[in-house]
Design a protein around this ligand. Structure first.
Ligand code: ADP
Ligand code: MG
Length: 265
């Protein structure tokens, strides 16, 4: 689908409701891509909730608010996780921070695009919901992976987001990732519902990213501040995410390093 020489993909991970599994999926996917030798950056765009740093047990001194206030550059707040990928925290563990204004958001996204070339993949872990902040991040991204669970309200929310992106922003770049599927048939059935609604009512195609099963070990791993892919590498969920990572890597021609610029060059 993509030409391997194209610019680094910025991929938003979104969902209608919180708790679908965006953050854990993003982090596990980043880890799997790192294992494949990819350079990966994840931007914690769930601003207001210190998600990623909490899940990884890292804390940083500087955050986005320092960038916005002009105290430092975006590069300066990149944290390296011990898992091997880089993270831009939405905010540090200490301070509460207001939502970004539209202008600030645009500025941050522009800066993000400037440094994306130093990576093979950039992910945006977007807040739940369908408000302007979420829309502007997903609108800006090259691709959007919508995390959907078999919960009927999750399906409805996914549809609402696909619809808003199309009608308000003429964006049809949503792909669907089914998470917490009780079984493969349930996962397929959930995807079929989203796909049919999008095709029938919106004339939008929503490709399937993959189906990740519900996995009890997942929350155990989160409680241990550990990625399930590391704590339980052979669980069905870990294997499913690994497969998605391999698919993504090969879609971009399995490039590593060669096409990756150094920051600032
Ligand atoms: N495939 C899965 N199987 C079981 N539990 C999951 C799965 N994906 C996510 N979870 C759990 O769901 C909860 C919410 O996940 P999280 O990634 O924080 O969601 P979000 O970022 O969308 O709000 C966490 O406790 C996580 O462990
Ligand atoms: Mg989250």
């Amino acid at each position: 689908m993509m030409n391997p020489t194209e610019r680094t993909p910025i991929i938003a991970i979104a969902s209608g409701k919180g708790g679908a599994g965006k953050t854990s999926f993003t982090l596990n996917l980043c880890y799997q891509l790192t294992k494949l030798g990819k350079k990966v950056l994840v931007f914690d765009a769930d601003i207001g909730l210190a998600n990623i740093d909490v899940q990884l047990g890292i804390s940083t001194m500087k955050d986005l608010s320092d960038v916005i206030q002009g105290f430092c550059n975006l590069e300066d707040i990149i944290a390296r996780s011990e898992k091997g990928f880089d993270i831009i925290p939405g905010r540090s563990g200490f301070e509460k921070q207001p939502f970004l204004t539209t202008l600030e958001r645009r500025d941050v996204l522009k800066r993000l695009r400037d440094i994306a070339g130093a990576y093979d993949f950039v992910f945006l872990d977007v807040a739940a919901g369908i408000d302007n902040e979420v829309l502007s991040f997903t609108k800006y991204a090259d691709r959007t992976f919508l995390v959907v669970t078999p919960d009927p309200s999750s399906i409805t929310d996914a549809y609402a987001l696909i619809k808003l992106l199309k009608t308000k922003h003429e964006k049809e770049n949503c792909e669907v990732m089914i998470n917490q599927a009780g079984s493969l048939p349930e996962g397929k059935n959930t995807f079929a519902k989203v796909r049919m609604a999008a095709e029938k009512f919106l004339r939008v195609q929503v490709p399937l990213v993959g189906i990740v099963p519900y996995d009890r070990q997942y929350s155990t791993a989160v409680k241990l501040q550990q990625l399930t892919s590391i704590a339980f590498p052979n669980s069905d969920a870990s294997l499913a995410i690994e497969k998605i990572a391999k698919g993504l890597a090969s879609e971009y021609g399995n490039r590593t390093g060669d096409n990756v610029r150094k920051i600032g060059s």
